[in-house]
Design a binder for this molecule. Sequence first.
Ligand SMILES: Cc1cc2nc3c(=O)[nH]c(=O)nc-3n(C[C@H](O)[C@H](O)[C@H](O)COP(=O)(O)O)c2cc1C
Length: 341
Amino acid sequence: MSPDLRSHYLGLELTSPLVASASPLTGDLDSLKALEEAGAGAVVLPSLFEEQIEHGSLEIHNVLEQGTHSFGEALTYFPEMDDYNTGPDTYLEHVAAAKQALSIPVIASLNGISPGGWVHYAELVQQAGADAIELNVYAVETDVYASSASVEDRTLRLVSKVHSALSIPLAVKVGPYYTAFAHFADRLADAGADGIVLFNRFLQPDIDLETLTVRPELHLSRNEEMRLPLRWIAILRGRVSASLAATSGVQSSDDVLKLLLAGADVVMLASALLRHGPGLLRELTDGVRAWMEVGEYESVEQLKGSMSQESCGDPRAFERAQYVRALVDYTSGHRRPAEHG
Ligand SMILES: Cc1cc2nc3c(=O)[nH]c(=O)nc-3n(C[C@H](O)[C@H](O)[C@H](O)COP(=O)(O)O)c2cc1C
């Protein structure tokens, strides 16, 4: 019998743990249909940004110009926002159209950091038919007077405000740069996050030596980037009362399997789908299924978390001790560092 690929995420039952994460592919109806056809368990629509709601889409370019503004980097996803997402009203239309065209869950995405008036959009997105909302808290904190505690408190207030405006589930997508991430993840769940999406991939600006300008550059991800969510999902599995979604670096069915074994409820893809097209999902699904058959796993639910920190034979493997062991192995010549081509 073919393994059961269903997975529960945010209280929703998905036909597959493979989810198309927010990207231009999910901003287009034909691509959304192709993603569903190729086996996506759910889709996350591109983000509507706090700044677009607060300032109107025309002003978004002015916000972008403010180099030291912490939103600046968030918006470097796309220098020309108009090409990506034309503003709040069309966003709601896209949610409704996606909902009508697909039978898999449609997760809308809001991207912001402050618990301001823009939050009422969460309700509108819900009314437009979204099955869940992913709140992306993409911030680069540049204020030397802002402490980590104040930044975390602000995020928790935002999560709690969005959560209380909704009756649909809420996922929160965050970056990896928190001092005590396990504790923060637990507080996110307490504040109302039904799921945590690990991790935002921060785009690092570059300097152009010819023009002496700072260039935001978007590179599609590489496989080794999935190790960061892998570690944290393994650590958090069973410890926080929220679903866990992996995003960053996933390219192959092996990556998907590793993240499920670590404890992800869903595995999200953007770069690989942009590189290879929606049909890649079919290939990955076949790869996951074939591996499960060989290992005699009956279902994704059975597989999920079986290599998490609480389940694996060596819980320290996810912690500091592993670092020391890797260094010792290297200097004693037992293990060569892996080369990334
Ligand atoms: C071109 C592009 C556009 C993206 N737009 C969004 C977005 O609007 N909202 C969001 O939360 N993430 C966005 N992301 C991030 C992806 O959803 C994903 O989290 C990230 O790329 C890491 O996954 P990957 O390694 O599979 O690409 C975007 C990524 C790319 C490459």
